[in-house]
Ligand binder design. Structure first.
Ligand code: NAG
Ligand code: NAG
Ligand code: NAG
Ligand code: NAG
Ligand code: NAG
Length: 419
């Protein structure tokens, strides 16, 4: 066998060299003649090479809606025992122009989830407008795990598919509550650019580098049917160099174009970063921030604020402290449209209902869209809706406008973007 090899080589070597020479000659002749016959074609090919037609260049960020009055899409989620607070928050946030998805995770009992679904189905106003939906296929959501992000993306996808032309997506929990009416909110948002993303963020990850970025966690919620806590892998990983990590608040208001970018994933960044965050503790505090600040198309649309009043202890603990009546004035003075977190049936919620929202006895907040016709006795709103694009902004709109114009017109507005 060994001795055969040189012999074989000789057999094929000469024909190969000859055919190579011949084909090179042919190619040379073809190129030479064609470029002579049409010099413009050669020019065209060169331009083509400079501007390669990748599919991404055709997939542009969507334009924002031209409708003078914006629409919001809300996700309100909760867990075991949150059913009643969730209903209350939903009613306080309700407006016919908006879209809502409500979700009780798999830890809540089947009865509790069924009760919520029935509530949504039987509420005459929701049936009439069809803008509230309960997520029936509940997710297992692990506290601090990436399943929190997948749950948010799941609801955003449902709202994108079914919710029509909304402008912003807002993720809340059953322990959040509004401090302004939807009339106030929609009125103020009518006058700002629709591509803005309200997301509190920083690249100064500080202690989180060692506590969050380097440890590797596994969320059993990604593969198990039973709820259990995240666990740590002994191996550590280094901080990413392919993109820069950002961190911030888990509460945000994201524009539709950004949600489309995240969900449709025509650029690979949102997908890669999602996979990276699958092993990151408290991923809702980093995933959206890291994507938006590493995407050239979106970093200039960030407003560094989470639109929430949250009262942290100093130094901050894992949970913010529960808001009570003593915090009421600070909540109002913050000018924020939302606050958290509230205990179930907390009495300060009644104070917010009566002093800030002017809730009816059935929990809906009156506005331009329905009236009680001046009869203070009427507790059930008149379901013959009036014009739903006419708002009746109150003092809440003044407060919110102060906050938002303050943020957008601040001298250091651009300096605070993704730094
Ligand atoms: C969304 O809402 C849930 C509350 O159910 C919260 O825990 C989570 O951190 C929020 N944020 C994001 C970005 O998913
Ligand atoms: C974002 O803003 C920076 C600084 O103002 C500017 O240089 C850059 O071109 C902007 N990017 C986009 C995509 O608008
Ligand atoms: C809240 O309080 C009301 C009356 O004070 C009571 O009927 C209701 O059961 C309470 N709900 C919860 C979830 O504690
Ligand atoms: C309002 O309700 C009270 C008590 O139910 C009743 O006495 C009164 O007549 C009502 N007023 C009107 C204007 O309906
Ligand atoms: C609602 O009111 C606005 C402004 O007052 C008006 O432009 C619009 O046509 C009205 N829409 C309907 C359906 O009446």
């Amino acid at each position: 066998m060994e001795t055969n090899k040189p012999q074989k080589k000789k057999n094929w070597f000469l024909p190969l060299v000859l055919s190579l020479l011949l084909s090179t000659l042919l190619i040379f002749i073809t190129v030479f003649t064609s470029s002579r016959s049409s010099s413009s074609r050669l020019y065209k090919t060169r331009v083509k090479n400079e501007l390669p037609h990748f599919v991404e260049s055709k997939l542009k960020v969507s334009a924002t809606s031209k409708d003078p009055v914006p629409r919001l899409a809300y996700l309100i989620s909760g867990s075991m025992g949150d059913g009643e607070s969730l209903k209350r928050t939903l009613k306080a946030l309700y407006h016919p122009r908006n879209q809502y998805a409500v979700h009780l995770d798999l830890e809540a009992s089947a009865e509790e989830r069924m009760d919520l679904a029935k509530f949504v189905k039987n509420e005459p106003l929701f049936t009439k407008l069809g803008n509230v939906r309960a997520v029936v296929r509940a997710n297992l959501v692990t506290y601090r795990g990436p399943t929190m992000v997948t749950n948010t993306l799941h609801a955003a996808a449902i709202l994108l598919k079914e919710g029509g032309d909304w402008d912003w997506f807002i993720n809340l929990s059953a322990s959040d509550y509004p401090l302004v009416t939807q009339d106030d909110l929609l009125h103020v948002l009518s006058s700002i650019p629709r591509n803005l993303n309200f997301i509190e963020h920083t690249s100064d990850i500080g202690w989180k580098e060692n506590q969050r970025a380097k440890p590797v966690i596994i969320d059993p919620g990604l593969y198990s049917l039973q709820k259990s806590d995240v666990f740590w892998v002994s191996e550590k990983r280094s901080v990413p160099t392919a993109y820069k990590l950002f961190t911030g608040s888990a509460w945000m208001m994201l524009s539709r174009p950004f949600i489309e970018y995240i969900l449709w994933g025509w650029d690979n960044l949102p997908r890669i970063v999602l996979m990276y965050y699958a092993n990151f503790l408290s991923s809702p505090e980093g995933y959206f921030h890291t994507v938006i600040c590493n995407a050239e198309e979106f970093r200039n649309t960030t407003v560094n604020h989470d639109l929430h009043f949250i009262s942290w202890d100093t130094p901050p603990k894992q949970h913010p402290h529960f808001l009570v009546s003593d915090d009421f004035q600070r909540m109002v003075d913050s000018n924020a449209p939302f606050a958290r977190k509230f205990g179930r049936n907390e009495s300060v919620l009644d104070k917010i209902d009566s002093e800030l929202l002017g809730c009816n006895a059935d929990g809906f907040v009156p506005g331009g869209w329905f009236g009680t016709q001046g009869n203070a006795n009427v507790t059930v709103p008149d379901y013959n809706l009036k014009n739903i694009t006419t708002f009746r902004p109150g003092p809440g709109a003044e407060r919110l406008k102060r906050l938002i114009t303050g943020l957008i017109s601040a001298e250091d507005f651009h300096a605070k973007q993704c730094t």
